[in-house]
Design a protein around this ligand. Structure first.
Ligand code: IPD
Ligand code: CA
Ligand code: CA
Length: 264
C-alpha cells in the first residue's frame, strides 16, 4: 500500500481512464488509416507523429488536472513539478513496431508512480485489439471492466510462458537459459510488448519475459497492474524496480524459480 495517502487513487484512476480515452481518439485513427510519417530515433527505433501527438494530448491533460505532479514520457521527456512525490509515467504507443506494420498489438501505457512505493496505479489501453486493463492499489485490477487475477499454476512444466527475445539476451549471455526455460514449460509463445504481461495479470499466461533494454515507461503501468492482480514484476535479477532495463512478470508462485533459472 502507498505510504503517502495524500491523494485518492480512485480519483487518479478515473482521471487516467479519461486520459486513455483521449489518447485512443488520437492514436487509433492513425493506425486504422496507416497514415503517418515513419522516422527513426537516435537508437534506430521507429517513431511517428502518432506517438508524439498521443503523448502531447496525455501530457496536456495531466498538466491541466494535476499541475502539482511530475510527468515523464517517452517522446517528450520530463514535465510538471519535479519536486512532487507523484510522477505520471507514460508510453504513448508501446509496440510502435507493430503499429507501423498494421499489427493491432500496441497500447498506451499510463502509470502513476510514487517516489517511495513505485508504480501504484496503471492503465493500459489497446484500442485496436481491442482491450483495456487497469489497476490501483487498494482498488483492484480489471480487464475490460471485469476483475482479474493471476493464475495458480505452480510448476514450470504446467506453465504457459511468453518471451520477447532480443539481442540484449545474447549480450547478457542469457539466451541458452532462456531457451531451456521455454523448453521446460508446458507451452511457449511470444505475445509481445505490454500484451504478454497483461495476459499474466489475467491468468491466461503464467510467465512473461521481456526484451533487455527496457525504459521506465515500458514497465511502470505493467508493474502496477501485474502486482495488483496478485503477480510479481521484477527485473531479470528479481529486483522490484520499474527503472531497470529488463522485466519479468509471473503469477508470483513461479517467480523465484524463473529468476533462478535465468541466472548466468
Ligand atoms: C518496446 C516494447 C517492447 C520492448 C522494447 C520496447 P516501444 O517499446 O516495450 O516490449 O521489447 O524494448 O522498445 O518502443 O514500442 O514503445
Ligand atoms: Ca514501450
Ligand atoms: Ca513507445
Amino acid at each position: 500500500m502507498t505510504s503517502a495517502p495524500d491523494i485518492n487513487l480512485a480519483d487518479e484512476l478515473s482521471l487516467a481512464i479519461r486520459i486513455a480515452d483521449a489518447a485512443d481518439a488520437v492514436s487509433l485513427p492513425y493506425f486504422e488509416r496507416q497514415n503517418f510519417t515513419l522516422s527513426r530515433k537516435a537508437d534506430h527505433s521507429e517513431v511517428t507523429e502518432a506517438d508524439r501527438n498521443t503523448e502531447t494530448v496525455i501530457v496536456d491533460l495531466i498538466a491541466k488536472h494535476r499541475p502539482d505532479h511530475a510527468i515523464y514520457g517517452e517522446e517528450h521527456g520530463h514535465a510538471g513539478n519535479a519536486a512532487s512525490p507523484w510522477k505520471w509515467v507514460i508510453d504513448p504507443i508501446d509496440g510502435t513496431s507493430n503499429f507501423v506494420r498494421g499489427v493491432p498489438v500496441w497500447a498506451t501505457l499510463i502509470a502513476l508512480v510514487h517516489d517511495v512505493d513505485g508504480p501504484v496505479m496503471g492503465v493500459i489501453s489497446a484500442p485496436a485489439l481491442p482491450g483495456r486493463w487497469w489497476a490501483a492499489q487498494g482498488i483492484g485490477a480489471f480487464a475490460n471492466g471485469r476483475p482479474m487475477k493471476v493464475s495458480e499454476v505452480s510448476n514450470i512444466s504446467e506453465a504457459q510462458i511468453s518471451v520477447t527475445f532480443n539481442s540484449g539476451w545474447d549480450q547478457s549471455g542469457g539466451t541458452q537459459a532462456l531457451l531451456a526455460l521455454q523448453q521446460r514449460a508446458y507451452r511457449a509463445r511470444g505475445y509481445g510488448d505490454f500484451w504478454q504481461h497483461m495476459l499474466v495479470a489475467e491468468g491466461a499466461v503464467d510467465i512473461a519475459i521481456d526484451a533487455i533494454g527496457l525504459a521506465p515507461y515500458d514497465n511502470a503501468a505493467v508493474q502496477a497492474i501485474v502486482e495488483v492482480a496478485g503477480g510479481r514484476h521484477t527485473d531479470r535479477f528479481g529486483v522490484r524496480d520499474y527503472e531497470q532495463n529488463s522485466a519479468i512478470s509471473t503469477n508470483g508462485r513461479l517467480h523465484d524459480e524463473v529468476i533462478t533459472s535465468l541466472k548466468v
